[in-house]
Every structure is written in C-alpha cells, then in structure tokens.
Design a protein around this ligand. Structure first.
Ligand SMILES: Nc1ncnc2c1ncn2[C@@H]1O[C@H](COP(=O)(O)OP(=O)(O)OC[C@H]2O[C@@H]([n+]3cccc(C(=O)O)c3)[C@H](O)[C@@H]2O)[C@@H](O)[C@H]1O
Ligand SMILES: Nc1ncnc2c1ncn2[C@@H]1O[C@H](COP(=O)(O)OP(=O)(O)OP(=O)(O)O)[C@@H](O)[C@H]1O
Ligand SMILES: NC(=O)CC[C@H](N)C(=O)O
Length: 656
C-alpha cells in the first residue's frame, strides 16, 4: 500500500563564519518547512559555517563552534527531521558532514566521501574524504551514546533514506555508493554547486539520472547567492523520481532562502528496513498536509537571462555583505562599462520587485538612504549607482553622449569630469624631469597609461565619499592578455565581468538594447554603445585606436583562450583547431602571428591577473588566478613551443 511523505529541500544564502546570521536563516527555513508540514528537510552543504570558509576550516575554533551550533540547533528541532551540514572534527581529521537532527538531538552524521577538487574547488586542502561505503559509531557532543557516522541508510518510520554530499553524486557511477541506494527509497543531496553558464543542464541531468539509475527518489538542495565573494550559487532545489524532474524551486532568486516541497510516494521495502542503522519515529503531531503546487518548467529562460540574474544577485549580495553603500563606476560609453551599469540596473529592478519590507530592513539597515529609496522607485538607481565620464583630449563626443544617455536612461547619478588637466600636469612634470618632450612616437604606452591612471584617483575619491564599491570593468578577453593599465582602468574593489568573454558581452548588450533582460525593459539608449567598435580611446583621435587592431579579433583571442587555457591543448593542437575555425577568413600566417602574440601576452600578464579586483565566477573558462587559472608569474612564455610551431609551419611550406 503506497504511502506519502512530505519532503523539503531548502536553498540558503549564507555567509562564511556569520554564526548568528547563518543560524537565523536556517531557523527561518525550518519555520517555513514546519508551516508547510514537511517531514524531512535537507539544507545545502555546510550550511552552519557557510561553504566558502577556506582556511578557516583549518582553525580548531571553527569546528568547535560548528559542533556547538549544530547541537544548539538540533535541540530546537522537534516536529521534523533536519539534515544540516557542518565540518566535523574527529580524531584529528576534518570531515564534510551532514547532521541528522531529530527529536532534540543529533541522531546520525553523513560524511562526504568524494571531495571536490576540480576548477574552483579545493576541498582536499581542508577536509579528509570519508572512506566510501563505511560506517563508524561515535558519541557526538555531550551525548555519550554512539551515533552512526559515515555512509549508511536511516529509516523514518518505514521510509528509508540516505544522503550524498554534492561531489559524491558527480563521480562516476561505479564509484558511487550504489549499495546504499539499493536499499533506500530516497537520497538527499546537500550541495554547494557553483553557478556557471550552461551548467544547470548538467546538474539537472545528474539529478534525473540518479533517480533513474538507482530507481529511487532524489532531492538536490543547492546553496544560493554570492556566498563568499567569487562563486555564485543558483539555489535551485530539484526533486526527481523515476527518471523525471517532478518538482523544482526558484533559481537565482533574490532572497535569503526558500523551501521547495514534494509529496513523495513510496512503498515499504521490508529487507531495507532491517538493514538501516537507525529508526526515527514518524512524528504523529503533524496534521494532514495541504496540497503542494508543482513546478517542473524552468523559471530562467536561457543563458543570457541566467547571466543577468547571477551577476545581479551577486552584486546585491556582495554590496550588502561588504556593507557598501552602492556602487561607483567610471562609465566610458563602451561595451564593458555599459554592461556593468546595466547589471546594476537589473539588480535594482529585481530588488524592487522581490524584496518584502522585512527583507529590505534585514539587508539594508546599514544604508538608510537606500531603504528610504524603496518607497519611491525613481530614487533607487540614483542611490545605487554613481557613474562618471572622465574625458581627456582624446575622448570623442560619441562616447561622452553614449555614457550620458545610458546613465540617464538607467536612472544613475551621472557626473562629468575633465581629467585632461591631471594628464597634462603629469606629462609636463615628467617631461621637465627628463629634460625632453614626451612624444607618441617614443612614449606611446606611457602616454596611453597616464590617461587611464589619471581616471583612477577621482573614481576612488567618489567611491570613498559615498562609502560605495568601486566597480572595475575588465572582461575576460582583456584579462587573458593584460590589455589594461595596472592601477588605471583596473582600479576597483570588485570586477564583476572579469570572468566573461568580450564576445558574449557584445551579444548580450544587443539583446538588452532590443529586448531587455531579467525583468529590465529594453534599453534603446544602448544603441550608440553597441554600434561603436571597441576602443580604449587613449591615442589621439587621428590614430583611430581600436582594441582589435591593438590585439587581434576578439573571436580569435577568445578561441585561443578556449583551446590553450580552457581545454589545455598543446600549442600545436590549439593552433590546428584555430586554423580549422578561421581558415575561410584568415591566412595561416596571420593566425600563427596572433597565436604567438596571445601566448606571449597571456604568460607575461599573469602578474596582472593576480592584481585584478575579485571577479565573479560566471563561466567555467574563468581566468581568476586564485581559484581557477593558477599559472606562474614568471615563466618561459611558450618560447620553445612557438619556435617549434614556426619551424614546423615553415618546413610544411605553409608560412614564409
Ligand atoms: N611579471 C611582472 N611583475 C610585475 N610587474 C611587471 C611584470 N611584467 C611586467 N611588469 C610591469 O608592468 C608594467 C606595464 O604594465 P602597465 O603599466 O599596465 O602597461 P602595459 O601593459 O605595458 O600597457 C597597457 C596596455 O593596455 C591597453 N589599455 C590600457 C587601458 C585601457 C585599455 C582599454 O581597453 O580601454 C587598454 C593599452 O593600450 C596598452 O596596450 C611595466 O612597468 C612592467 O615593468
Ligand atoms: N572617457 C572615459 N570616461 C570614463 N571612464 C573611462 C573613459 N575611458 C575609459 N574609461 C574606463 O576605463 C575602462 C576601460 O576601457 P575599455 O575601453 O576597456 O572599456 P569600455 O570603454 O567600457 O568598452 P570597449 O572596450 O567596448 O570600448 C572603461 O570601462 C571605463 O571604466
Ligand atoms: N561542493 C561540491 O562538491 C561541488 C562539486 C561539483 N562538481 C560542482 O561543481 O557542482
């Protein structure tokens, strides 16, 4: 005879080591789950401490406090069973644990067996892997009675469940703990699976395939928001049953967290009941549940919208978690700075729609002017964003007007500054000191850079005056080759789009101009921005400077980065792929020159990447030097590989 249990998965927007805040947000989703009469609730990975505590996981005080907080929380739990993640210290080891709290105590602890160590994840630095498929029994906290720790199944009444912790599910099927799945009706997954464009499909397939392969129910609870500064989590909670997604929660929501509920039908498995480690009684006090409404369609249309939602959620989280009073941006009327301005406008529009008065107060009590501005929607953007155009004699009217029109259309506070006197003052001081005039023929890079650098102090000053965050505008294509002035246009506290390729931004901004995105209406003022060729506008106007003339076409640059860095191909193979992609448009000789230039510039600009402001992870081709592309600052710069390639091409008669 089939029975039904109401299961809950929660998203949570936590902050590493925010002990009281994390506990409060957990209590809030527990209350929400109780109101919805949930029997078992699973939270995201390491919800007690936050997932991104990094080396703080190595501090004994972190694990001690975590254990205290879990014990305190468990003491409050009576009506439901709660699965909550925390770092578990045991015999000098630290495990990534998931406590099962029921009837006022921690009853068991699942442990992660496969640690995430790819891309941005460095878990083996902080955690030990629990030997897969094994079980121990130990006392926990003040309770002298040993409880199950490791991998096992539990019974709640006659419902049998187990749990994986994020990466446990991402390893190949033969490694996964199939034995437990054979005995269980349901597997929970407490996860901190970072956002990157295109990854939602992969995660969804994983959840669907898990339920089909093991013939069970599967529930995946993901972390939400920009937790610790770089990684973003989409907070999507997914239920799958018999190979189908049967319920999903909101994705990339602007909130502290939410509960997604599914009524799971199951039939008893007598053999399984006898194999499980602990039986938790079903709480008879729970009344008949009200019906659940089901959502199986995605609420984020496509990757353009996912990018807008992820980046704007992250901007909001970063601002409030760093207690910044809005943003300051040097707006040139080009694609990069315009994209950043639009992302702030998306953030404003989403906050206006999504935040109830209580959440606004919780998030922005430190910023009363913004709280007040929520009462009058026209006041929100001027509080949130100050833009400044900073012209020199090389700036043209097109970019000045583009910046002004865009700022006006988005509702930002816009300022105009003439930085030419500063540029002239530096130039003549250096010229006098050297005893010669500075010329474009002899001093090109220095004369370009002094303009970009003269813009730095003023935007920093404005940011300081307002107590706001200075946003820098580098994109990943520029970051790949160091096409930026250090301490000039790299100035800033946060670099929101440094993980995104220029070609994506160019296409995305056209979409915003024509259709709008993520609730922001179309922005026709972007037309002038989108019609221009990308230019640094640092040389005199008659030089008609363009990024692609200084570098190479962005499509070629992005392809080289994809092949050489993203796919880690040897130079020869990367070059062959480049030739295949561009053979109808460009000569092999030209492609070889661009390849050599890219290699040189990529290698010599690692030091610059180490000095960019923190960047959001929006794409898994990231070049962030701390979490992703860890390359040496000093290196051989591919000199031998380029030489070999040149010789090979010459001997094939391909290039002169
Ligand atoms: N390994 C290393 N560790 C520490 N420092 C290192 C270094 N390698 C070089 N350096 C130093 O780096 C300095 C050169 O770097 P830096 O001063 O930044 O200047 P640099 O990279 O030489 O030039 C900046 C480039 O960015 C372009 N740009 C600038 C501004 C805006 C835009 C735009 O798209 O809008 C484009 C500009 O056209 C130019 O091509 C030198 O002083 C050199 O000694
Ligand atoms: N005239 C200007 N006024 C204000 N800021 C400027 C000006 N020129 C450059 N900047 C700043 O320097 C940054 C780097 O310039 P860059 O040319 O790379 O970007 P962009 O102008 O936004 O886009 P694009 O490369 O598509 O022209 C700009 O994003 C902006 O923050
Ligand atoms: N926290 C984790 O274990 C995350 C690992 C997983 N492979 C992901 O990228 O989503």
């Amino acid at each position: 005879m089939p029975q039904t249990l109401r299961l809950g998965l929660a998203s949570l927007n936590q902050t590493p080591l925010d002990w009281p805040g994390n506990l409060e947000r957990i209590r809030a989703v527990v209350r929400q789950a109780q109101c919805q009469q949930v029997h078992l609730l699973c939270l995201p990975e390491l919800a007690i401490t936050g997932y991104g505590c990094e080396d703080a996981f190595l501090h004994p005080d972190t694990t001690t406090r975590a254990a205290q907080h879990v014990t305190q929380l468990a003491a409050e739990i009576d009506q439901l069973v709660l699965l909550v993640g925390f770092p578990l210290s045991l015999d000098g080891h630290c495990y990534n644990g998931l406590a099962v709290c029921a009837e006022g105590a921690v009853r068991a602890i699942f442990c992660k067996s496969y640690l995430a160590r790819q891309g941005i994840h460095y878990e083996p630095r902080w955690f030990d892997a629990w030997p897969s498929g094994t079980l121990d029994r130990r006392p926990f906290g003040d309770n002298p009675t040993p409880i199950p720790i490791g991998n096992f199944t539990l019974a709640y009444d006659d419902f049998i469940f187990s749990s994986e912790i994020c990466e446990d599910a991402w390893v190949t099927r033969d490694k996964r703990n199939c034995r437990l799945a054979r005995y269980a009706h349901f597997i929970f997954n407490a996860s901190a699976s970072h956002f990157s464009m295109g990854k939602a499909d992969v995660r969804e397939n994983l959840v669907r395939d898990s339920s089909r392969d093991f013939n069970i129910g599967y529930g995946y609870a993901n972390l939400l928001g920009c937790e610790s500064g770089r990684a973003i989590y989409d907070g999507e909670c997914l239920f799958a049953h018999e190979g189908r997604i049967v319920q999903r929660g909101p994705r990339l929501e602007c909130s502290d967290g939410n509960v997604t509920v599914y009524d799971f039908p199951y039939e008893g498995r007598a053999e399984a009941v006898t194999t499980c480690e602990l039986r938790l009684p079903r709480n008879a006090a729970i009344p008949e549940a009200t019906p659940v409404s089901y959502q199986t369609e995605r609420d984020v249309a496509d990757e353009d919208e996912a990018f807008a939602k992820a980046a704007s959620t992250a901007l909001i989280d970063y601002m409030r978690k760093s207690r910044a009073r809005g943003f300051t941006l040097s707006l040139s009327g080009g694609v990069d700075s315009s994209t950043v301005a639009v992302l702030v406008a998306v953030a404003a529009s989403r906050m206006r729609k999504a935040l109830d008065p209580a959440t606004r107060r919780r998030w922005f009590t430190y910023f009363p002017e913004l709280l007040e501005a929520f009462e009058n929607p026209d006041r929100l953007m001027p509080q949130l964003l100050t833009t400044v155009y900073q012209g020199t004699r090389n700036s043209g009217p097109v970019t000045r007007n583009a910046a002004e029109k865009l700022a006006q259309s988005l509702g930002a506070t816009h300022l105009n500054l003439d930085v030419d006197p500063m540029v002239s003052a530096y130039t003549s001081a250096i010229s006098q000191a050297l005893g010669r005039p500075l010329t474009w023929e002899q001093d090109d890079i220095a004369l370009q850079n002094i303009q970009a650098r003269s813009r730095g102090p003023s935007v920093w000053m404005l940011a300081n005056i307002r107590g706001s965050l200075l946003l820098s505008t580098s994109n990943r294509s520029e970051v790949a080759v160091g096409y930026a002035t250090m301490d000039g246009d790299t100035c800033g506290g946060l670099s929101p789009i440094a993980g995104v390729a220029k070609s994506f931004l160019q296409h995305w901004l056209v979409r915003v101009e024509q259709e709008g995105v993520a609730g922001l209406a179309a922005v026709p003022a972007l037309r002038t921005v989108n019609e221009q060729e990308p230019t640094a506008e640092l040389r005199p106007p008659n030089a008609a400077q363009e990024d692609e003339k200084d570098l190479m076409p962005y499509a070629v640059l992005d392809s080289l980065e994809e092949f050489l860095i993203g796919q880690r191909l040897p130079l020869r193979e990367a070059f062959q792929k480049l030739c295949t992609r561009f053979e109808t448009q460009r000569s092999r000789t030209q492609l070889l020159e661009w390849t050599a230039k890219f290699c040189r510039m990529f290698a010599t600009s690692q030091w610059k990447r180490e000095r960019y402001a923190p960047a959001f992870h929006l794409d898994d081709s990231n070049l962030d030097p701390k979490t992703w592309a860890r390359y040496p600052i000093l290196s051989g710069c591919f000199a031998a590989e380029i030489q070999e390639l040149r010789e090979e091409e010459a001997s094939n008669g391909e290039t002169p």
